[in-house]
Design a protein around this ligand. Structure first.
Ligand SMILES: Nc1ncnc2c1ncn2[C@@H]1O[C@H](COP(=O)(O)OP(=O)(O)OP(=O)(O)O)[C@@H](O)[C@H]1O
Ligand SMILES: [Mg+2]
Length: 501
């Protein structure tokens, strides 16, 4: 009983603000009707609420029903014996909580319609086993990122743009409880001595937590939601993120084991592109993925996934990407896929790419393909290898075939803004040629970016790898011109390049 009240506190059941930004708790004091309004703002609940509103004949009825709901929520805290719920499945728990609520309604002689009843049950279960107020956002498929800036404020990203959501937490303690529930699933906890943590939600969403004293005003949580159905290359073409011809060329290069590096800023769509490209890898190959927090969803039957381990509280037991890359090479991979290359593992990854693991892939934070090379050079230098800068450049030039640049434009659109090929070395300098690019040509009425994709007119060296394997690429794709966007063919890219060799 005690623990239950601790989890819920004497808090309002819906941590959702109304349009004016008032807290749910305050709105209740203002008048219950406005709480109904505030719940209606949440897209996931919109349909349900429309029904609910129809169910009430007058504002008085609505007010009364809502008052019941809030009263019952408080009352429930005293009635439920939490220990009886432990170890139950969610549906059993729902049944149990429903019974208690039903009894309570009868005892109190109150009325609640079906939607309100279900909502009350869900709210309570979310607090107990789920992530409380966050559940609404996690279930909303239009939300891609959730950014919690202290318990008072939660931003979300929808369609590439950030907006303030109407969700909030009752207090810092409430948020900390939810945070510790998140990190506990990966066997960690956060406190003053361990104020930073990476974790993963059960659905695969990636989470980063920073709490005071590092976070100045209160806990900060960033969640990259796991896309239930990862984008295919065809979907990216439909979204005008890349022209059809370029997407088919990249898929063909990937199939032909040209090593591809995906470069881009934070949230520019690197992981999405990596997932999509992986579709074109032959199903006969064995892939090993290495990530800090596993989020890749490769489309292959034979994928071995590995994840790094942070140090424990005593600072021991850390397993870094570098060790995993080295270990992966003893696991007979055909290709190694590194979620993000960030440091010393760059050297081992390049070696792998140069020694029979062609077609390996990685993403990296950089603003241009040229910048990506500089970053790689710096990363190898960080690994204190006794190797000259020229030798490093040589390794990079022979390891990497293509660099694809992903970018999030100012209006939130994500696009492939450049595809460049590494052609070799001239002296100590890596030579590169751009095959395709995206150029902004104007601004639309809603401030949207208008631009065009162009082929530069250069035929890539790696074309040989592709054509000798009889992998088709579109006619005339490298001729200098503006490339058409959108789906051109009935057949998917995967169908066009063939499923297997
Ligand atoms: N072309 C696209 N159109 C629309 N949404 C996209 C596109 N590409 C990616 N997204 C969405 O953008 C978000 C960020 O994508 P992704 O995780 O691939 O970025 P990232 O560059 O790997 O980010 P990070 O640097 O944080 O790892 C995801 O929610 C994804 O679904
Ligand atoms: Mg990523």
């Amino acid at each position: 009983m005690g623990r239950f009240s601790k989890i819920l506190g004497a808090e309002s059941p819906n941590y959702v603000r109304d349009k004016q930004g008032h807290d749910g708790a305050e709105t209740v004091a203002d008048g219950p009707e406005s709480l109904i309004e505030s719940v209606k703002d949440t897209p996931a609940l919109a349909k349900k609420d429309r029904r609910k509103n129809e169910a009430f004949s007058s504002p008085e009825d609505r007010a009364q029903a809502l008052e019941s709901q809030i009263y019952l929520h408080g009352k429930l805290l005293d009635e439920i014996d939490l220990s009886t719920l432990e170890g139950l499945s969610e549906s059993e728990m729902r049944r149990h909580v429903s019974v208690v609520i039903r009894d309570l309604i009868a005892k109190e002689n109150r009325t609640l319609n079906r939607d309100q009843f279900n909502e009350l049950v869900s709210g309570i279960i979310n607090e107990m086993v789920g992530l409380g107020p966050l559940e609404v956002l996690l279930q909303d498929d239009s939300v891609s990122d959730i950014l919690i800036n202290t318990h008072k404020q939660v931003y979300v990203e929808r369609g590439g743009e950030l907006e303030l959501s109407n969700v909030y937490f009752a207090s810092e303690e409430h948020l900390m409880r939810i945070i510790n529930r998140i990190v506990a699933t990966v066997g960690r906890r956060v406190d003053e001595s361990q104020p930073l943590a990476d974790a993963r939600l059960l659905d695969g969403s990636r989470v980063n937590v920073a709490i005071p004293p590092l976070a100045v005003d209160g806990p900060l949580v960033s969640i990259r939601k796991f896309s239930k159905k990862p984008f295919t290359l065809d979907k990216l073409v439909e979204f005008d993120a890349v022209p059809d011809g370029v997407a088919q060329f990249l898929a063909a290069a990937c199939r032909a084991r040209v090593t591809i590096l995906i470069s881009g800023g934070t949230g520019s769509g690197k992981t999405t592109l990596l997932n999509a490209l992986s579709q074109s890898i032959s199903h006969k190959e064995r892939l090993i993925t290495i990530e800090d927090a596993a989020e890749l969803q490769l489309q292959q039957p034979h994928v071995a996934r590995m994840e790094t381990r942070p140090p424990n509280i005593e600072g021991k037991g850390e397993i870094r990407q570098r060790e995993l890359v080295k270990n992966a090479l003893r696991m007979r991979p055909d290709r190694v896929v590194l979620g993000e290359v960030r440091g010393e593992e760059a050297f081992d990854m390049l070696q792998a790419m140069n020694t029979g693991h062609e077609g390996s892939m990685a993403t990296l934070h950089a603003n241009t393909p040229r910048d990506a090379i500089t970053r790689l050079e710096q990363m190898v230098a960080m690994g204190d290898m006794k190797i000259t800068p020229e030798a490093v450049a040589g390794q990079i030039a022979s390891a990497i075939g293509i660099i694809v640049q992903a970018q999030r434009l100012s209006d939130g659109q994500r696009k492939i803004t450049s595809v460049a090929e590494i052609t070799g070395m001239e002296g100590a300098v890596i030579q590169m040629q751009e095959l395709f690019n995206y150029t902004r040509t104007g601004t639309g009425p809603e401030n949207e970016v208008i631009g065009e994709f162009r082929a530069t007119g250069i035929r890539p060296k790696c074309l040989h790898e592709i054509t000798t394997r009889n992998i088709p690429i579109p006619e005339g794709i490298f001729e200098p011109k503006v490339l058409p966007i959108g789906r051109i063919y009935e057949e998917t890219i995967a169908e066009r390049i063939g499923h297997d060799e």
